[in-house]
Write a protein that binds this ligand. Sequence first.
Ligand SMILES: [Zn+2]
Length: 262
Amino acid sequence: MLTEDNYYDNDNHWKYMSVSQFKDFMSCEAKAMAKLNRAIPEENTEAFLVGNYVHSVFESEKSHETFLTNHESDMLTKAGKTRAPFIQAEKMVERLKEDDFFYNLYKGEKEVIVTGELFGTEWKGKIDCLNVEEGYFVDLKTTADIGKRYFSPRYRKWVSFVEEYGYVLQMAIYKILLGEKYNKEFTPYIYAVSKQDPPNVQAIDFVNARFAHELEYVEQNIEHILKVKYGEQIPTPCGSCDYCRANKVITGFTEVEELIDR
Ligand SMILES: [Zn+2]
């Protein structure tokens, strides 16, 4: 049984597919496997901690207190002052607290675990805010700049942070898992808050056509990913991520043409 306490246990990463694991495999199979095999340390990046700080506030008072206790050393300088990213995190929290639209939307059960079978594997997901009665869920996202554009090799065009970080895919999977569990249609929303000073905020929705496109993408890739995950196929190194750079062994020459993605 998947619970809050064992959700991130390595056994459950082996047992379940998740959106973040799928994204790991899509970006680098070698690194994704190293992560599963615990051959590389867990990534507790600052961006990740700032996100967790903001989430914990809106989950419950108790969650926020636990976060503050567990990450005291991450948040303070040697002189005992709050480090800049966490002063910023608090500004993001304050910005959301004064936002009536957010206040009215972010109502429901927090950090809800959902599991279900999809494309030949068991998935797990965690919903930031689930409102079963009204049939919607909200994912709270912290991002550098809500309007920033990224060139995406996957979409072959300029995209927003929502597509770049695979959040449409995440919403599509959660929508299906919830739909199966509760036998009703759910509408996904993203509430974004930026790391700018002052922070920007945005309530984001989706046209339904986006989800079919994302599910098709998962369907096209999941079979191969599962084969790699369970040892039937050898993981391919991407050649450019931190893991690949650190483990690169040169065995020959590369022609100029092969150096960049086109
Ligand atoms: Zn790689």
